[in-house]
Ligand binder design. Structure first.
Ligand SMILES: [Zn+2]
Length: 467
């Protein structure tokens, strides 16, 4: 929904919200499940278990096509390429060599130069707005073919985990689907045409969670997707009260936030089904998706992935690396060697094969946003903080905020199981990871609200680092 429509939606009462949402839902289904979508979907399904050389040929063709398009039709890339002496025949001969010569596209350029970046041979079919991590809005123009392609890759992910293109589904949505101050259910909205129940992530309080679970039991979704933090809160409630669910979903798919191991454990225990992680972005990044064997595959038919170290060198197996992407999912706003601001951990053995049948390369872990990574002088980058809480009782929610290299603020919501010895262990764990010289401030608070987009920031570094 666009800005004005969203505002109107926010103002009207629940029954009218239901009607508006379903009109939108009807249009979406008609638009999305079209002939072109199925054409891409069938191609991509076939590619999921294709031989690696077939996939590499496909990637090379797509890359060549993309580079030629931007060379001809994007003012930004045309200037960049001409400045460094790239010609059309260079692209034709070896698109990968050309890619290596291209400069990295920075976020700030993507934001301020977006009009020059646009590919003039494609028409805008949709304008998207993303809030960006630091709240800086990013405008995204997308063409119709790219919408179909992106939707088809997303549905290919579902195919790979054993689902069809249409599923009875619950989505834990960061959108304001019901009045944010409402204290009574419904905290959800049913989209009839998608057979999708949208549940709010802004009302997941102890008082309301019982109503959520009852609704889930009546709805019986085949697929649940959403932010891991929201699913985690729900699962913790289910496990703590030993609630019985009268359905078992086929899959739970999470996206948009870092998925921590403790969250996966809690969610899988509550719902008795596998959690599958997926990486994609509103800006049209290529996909990284988890398979039935629990491995994260780089979907190399959706783009080109490059990995760089903190010192700008090519990353090696086992490294925490910065992700730089070239995308086959957004032809209207082309992303070539785009520094998307996310980090991953590379696999120890780059050639490890997966038993799921997919030959696309594997990475070890999606670490998350660069600003999810803390930094202290003593320890440098500290990527994962969830392990500091492992086995500790009484901590219901926590959030680590770092405003400068020497200070860590820890906000926590606790219950009766929290005590001095837990706090001592926690401090010890923090010091081990972040250093002895850092100052730690622990705040016990009533609640930690979700941030923009309904996402929960478990770890947040609020100062810039030269990566
Ligand atoms: Zn696999």
């Amino acid at each position: 929904m666009g800005g004005i429509k969203e505002k109107i939606y926010g103002l009207v009462p629940y029954p009218l919200k239901f009607i508006l949402l379903n009109i939108k839902g009807y249009m979406n289904v008609k638009e999305r499940f079209n002939k072109d979508f199925y054409k891409y979907y069938n191609t991509f399904k076939g590619q999921w278990d294709a031989k690696i050389d077939v996939l590499e040929d496909y990637q090379e063709d797509r890359l060549r096509g993309l580079l030629i398009e931007v060379y001809e039709y994007s003012d930004w890339y045309q200037t960049v390429m001409k400045d460094i002496g790239i010609t059309a025949s260079d692209i034709d001969n070896d698109p990968y060599a050309v890619l290596k010569r291209m400069p990295i596209l920075k976020k700030i350029e993507r934001r301020t130069e977006f009009e020059r970046i646009l590919n003039k041979s494609r028409e805008t079919a949709m304008v998207g707005h993303t809030s960006g991590t630091s709240g800086t809005p990013m405008i995204d123009h997308v063409d119709l073919a790219s919408i179909n392609i992106s939707f088809a890759f997303w549905k290919r992910f579902h195919y790979a985990i054993g689902l069809g293109p249409k599923n009875r589904q619950v989505r834990l949505s960061g959108k304001l689907i019901v009045d944010p101050i409402t204290k009574k259910p419904p905290f959800w909205m049913y989209n009839y045409f998608d057979d999708q129940l949208l549940m709010s992530t802004y009302h997941l309080t102890e008082n309301n969670l019982g109503a959520y679970i009852k609704k889930l039991n009546r709805f019986k979704p085949v697929l649940i997707d959403g932010y891991p933090s929201a699913l985690y809160i729900m699962s913790k409630y289910i496990n703590k009260h030993s609630l019985k669910l009268n359905f078992v979903p086929k899959a739970i798919a999470v996206t948009a936030e870092t998925l921590y191991d403790y969250q996966r454990e809690e969610i899988e225990k509550a719902f008795q089904c596998n959690v599958y992680n997926q990486y994609a972005s509103n800006e049209g990044s290529p996909f990284i998706t988890e398979c039935v064997e629990g491995n994260l595959h780089l979907n190399i038919d959706s783009g080109v992935f490059e990995f760089f170290n903190t010192d700008g060198k090519k990353a090696v197996p086992g490294d925490i690396a910065k992700l730089v992407v070239t995308s086959f999912i957004n032809y209207r706003t082309p992303l070539i060697r785009y520094d998307i601001g996310d980090t991953v951990m590379l696999n120890d053995e780059s050639s490890a094969a997966c038993n799921c049948g997919c030959e696309m390369p594997i990475i070890e872990r999606i670490i998350g946003r660069e600003d999810d990574i803390l930094w202290t002088e003593e320890k440098g980058y500290v990527g994962r903080m969830d392990t500091a809480f492992k086995g500790l009782t009484g901590i219901k929610k926590s959030q680590i905020i770092q405003e400068n290299p020497k200070e860590i603020v820890l906000n926590m919501v606790i219950d009766e199981d929290y005590n001095d010895s837990v706090e001592l262990t926690l401090l010890k764990n923090l010091k081990e990871r972040l250093g002895e010289e850092t100052e730690y401030q622990i705040n016990i608070i009533e609640d930690i609200p979700v941030g923009a987009n309904g996402k929960f920031d478990a770890v947040k570094r609020n100062f810039e680092l030269e990566f």
